[in-house]
Design a protein around this ligand. Structure first.
Ligand SMILES: CC(C)(COP(=O)(O)OP(=O)(O)OC[C@H]1O[C@@H](n2cnc3c(N)ncnc32)[C@H](O)[C@@H]1OP(=O)(O)O)[C@@H](O)C(=O)NCCC(=O)NCCS
Length: 170
């Protein structure tokens, strides 16, 4: 439950929420979210699971990575968020790489996908840095703060992941 305050602080930041579904995020929503995640297991078909991103040295919560296991559980969707003060240092890229590694090499997933608002340049850069391909431009695919916005769909197959032999290459 100690993570509630730092989680609330970055989630309620308007810059962090700019390309996300939520707006005016409240402390009680953060509290309910953390309480629910504590009891939740990853990789349940049809559900979202949130992994915390924490600093090795201090265990400070600096962001999160989301895993959405689809009803077809061999395909999963991912998402990610970092607190503003920890952006620009490669932490999201490192966390997403580890998530891909876990999903392909431990859970044997077939495909990983992600959606991003086309205006979210930083998010697209993370996805491209870890080797995901832009597979589609989906027109007016998402209702964001009262307007329909276009999204890019990114994807990577297990076969593509396996072909990249050195971890550092990704
Ligand atoms: C999307 C988001 C996580 C990206 O954060 P980010 O800090 O740009 O991503 P990273 O942590 O991977 O850092 C990459 C930056 O650090 C730099 N960097 C420094 N050291 C690095 C390293 N070792 N490895 C990779 N990048 C490094 C990169 O050059 C890059 O900087 P640049 O943007 O100036 O080119 C962040 O913008 C965010 O939380 N946004 C709000 C939530 C959101 O929209 N999420 C996406 C929904 S799909």
């Amino acid at each position: 439950m100690d993570d509630t305050q730092p989680f609330y602080l970055y989630r309620s930041n308007p810059e962090v929420a700019k390309f996300q579904s939520w707006e005016n995020y409240q402390y009680d929503e953060a509290e309910a979210f953390v309480k629910e995640q504590i009891q939740h297991q990853p990789d349940i078909p049809g559900s979202w699971f949130q992994f915390a991103i924490a600093l090795n040295e201090t265990d400070q919560l600096i962001g999160d990575c989301a895993l959405h296991t689809l009803d077809e559980p061999r395909i999963v969707e991912i998402g990610f968020t970092l607190a503003p003060e920890y952006q620009g240092q490669g932490y999201a890229t490192e966390a997403v790489r580890m998530l891909l590694h876990y999903l392909f090499d431990s859970l044997s997933k077939h495909k990983i996908i992600a959606f991003t608002d086309v205006r979210n340049r930083k998010s697209a850069a993370v996805l491209e840095r870890v080797g995901m391909r832009r597979e589609g431009h989906l027109l007016q695919n998402y209702m964001s703060k009262g307007q329909w916005v276009d999204e890019y769909q990114y994807g990577i197959l297990k076969s593509e992941w396996a072909r990249k032999d050195a971890f550092n290459e990704r």
